[in-house]
Design a protein around this ligand. Structure first.
Ligand code: UD1
Ligand code: CA
Length: 451
């Protein structure tokens, strides 16, 4: 029988050291708010329900929580009276009665689902409180684990610790699992007689021990429980997240030629046999299908790259770029809200916005869609196998039919029927000998004569 689980994510902290107008837990790692990373870990650890405790910026936090499935409920902590007090903001959910209760911090995004599962297994085995501990050679600032032999008897916060206790290298990672049936009673027994006058969640260890209940610890790496308090820590967590995900991506069958230079978003989907060259940045919402190659120095966001398609080097795919199979988008090309049909080529120096390019079409170097008149956006449709000559301006709304041919340098303002030729440029004039005349006159002027 599977056990039910409630996860409470504490996210009502002030986060003043971020020096930001934004709530701390909305700062992003891999383009996903910190708090969503914690919620995601809980979901992967099999939680049945998640409650996020919000304070400052509650509305914007709630909005972002809607991005994840299944969406967590939110409860608010109006006064910031400590971590145990924050957990009790979810009192109704706890009272609902779950087998396991997980408590996570919204500013601790690298916690591994495996660690949460290990803690849940302890609860399933009859333990009342399971703490996630880690060992650090720089433990300052963390709560210390007070052991008697192999037994965890208490957690002492830095401010309340004696100098001897401060030398302890075993620390509290913050994440905890509790027996869901006993959690409420234990949390309610926590007092606030300490240096900060706060209700410390960590006191639950001593409270449980005092009632003869069993307490256990599972371990994690310090990296897994890093909390974000400053922008510098945010960058450190980002770096660790990226390193981990690159590894996973490569193990899933993707070639990253220089992994340390590729930046992924939390929702980036790269299928097996995709190759990504150095210095590529994935913003949110990108899918790259099997066999596609993303060449160096490309930036992709909100885009789909079809099977065997190629992108870059130096390409920019913006939201709504949809490359069908074997399409080619080359260097210095920007694509926005445009579908590029199968096998179509947009090889150099082009901007396509709000367009549809048919299969097998060829878009010459320097072509741009003039999709915006300063007020509205208009669409450009280019039929299958059409040929658009270099340096053409396609003034939208405009349709270029299948198999049509646009002479290079054209400004196309009217629709071009299928298989037609359109030339929209001034006719060339040739004057014999005039080139030499101009050169001679200019040379003489430079030499000081007046001609
Ligand atoms: C906490 C632990 C400490 C542990 C460390 C690990 C306690 C008392 N201390 O300390 O033992 O080593 O994490 O990083 O639990 N929060 C609220 N409401 C509050 C207070 C806190 O929502 O009233 C939230 C914060 O937003 C944050 C989390 O709880 O996400 C932890 O609070 P924080 O003040 O950062 O605790 P630490 O001092 O880091
Ligand atoms: Ca913290």
């Amino acid at each position: 029988m599977t056990r039910t689980c409630l996860s409470i994510v504490l996210a009502a902290g002030e986060g003043t050291r971020m020096r930001s107008s934004r709530a701390k837990v909305l700062h992003e790692v891999a383009h996903r708010p910190l708090v969503l990373h914690a919620v995601d870990a809980a979901i992967r650890a099999g939680t049945s329900q998640t409650a996020v405790v919000v304070g400052r910026g509650a509305e914007s936090v709630e909005r972002r929580l809607g991005e994840i499935e299944p969406s967590p409920i939110t409860v608010s902590q109006t006064e910031r009276l400590g971590t145990a007090h924050a957990a009790l903001a979810a009192r109704d959910a706890i009272a609902h009665g779950y087998d396991d209760l997980l408590i996570l911090f919204g500013d601790t995004p690298l916690v591994r689902p495996d660690t949460l599962l290990a803690a849940r297994r302890e609860i399933a085995a009859g333990v009342s409180v399971c703490v996630v501990g880690f060992r650090s050679d720089r433990p300052a600032g963390y709560g210390r684990l007070i052991m008697e032999g192999s037994e965890l008897v208490a957690i002492r916060e830095e401010k309340d610790a004696s100098s001897e206790e401060r030398r302890i290298e075993w620390c509290n990672g913050g994440v905890m699992a509790l027996d869901g049936r006993r959690a409420l009673a234990l949390l309610e027994r926590i007092g606030n007689a300490n240096a900060k006058g706060e209700f410390y969640l960590t006191d639950i260890v001593a409270v449980a021990r005092g009632e003869g209940l069993s307490v256990r610890m599972v371990t994690a790496d310090e990296e897994d429980v890093l909390g974000v308090n400053t922008r510098a820590e945010l960058a450190r967590v980002e770096a660790i997240w990226q390193a981990r995900r690159r590894e996973e991506v490569m193990l899933s069958g993707v070639t990253l030629v220089a992994p340390e230079t590729v930046f992924l978003a939390a929702d980036t989907r790269l299928e097996p046999d995709v190759t990504v060259e150095p210095n590529v940045v994935f913003g949110p919402g990108v899918t790259v299908r099997s066999g596609a190659v993303v060449h160096a120095f490309s930036h992709l966001e909100g885009a789909t790259v079809g099977e065997g398609a190629t992108v870059g080097p130096f390409a920019r795919l913006r939201p709504g770029a949809d490359l069908q199979s074997k399409a080619k988008v080359g260097n210095f090309v920007e694509i926005k809200s445009t579908r590029v049909g199968a096998g179509a080529k947009v090889s150099h120096l082009t901007y396509l916005g709000d367009a549809e390019v048919g299969a097998g079409a060829n878009i010459g170097a320097g072509t741009i869609t003039c999709n915006y008149d300063g007020y509205n956006k208009y669409r450009t449709e280019i039929g299958a196998n059409a040929f658009v000559g270099s340096n053409s301006s396609l003034v939208a709304p405009v349709v270029i039919g299948e198999g049509a041919y646009v002479g290079s340098g054209s400004v196309v303002t009217e629709n071009v029927p299928a298989d037609a030729l359109a030339i929209g440029r001034a006719r060339q004039v040739v004057k014999e000998g005039r080139g030499r005349e101009i050169n001679e006159r200019t040379a003489a002027r430079k030499a000081g004569g007046t001609v």
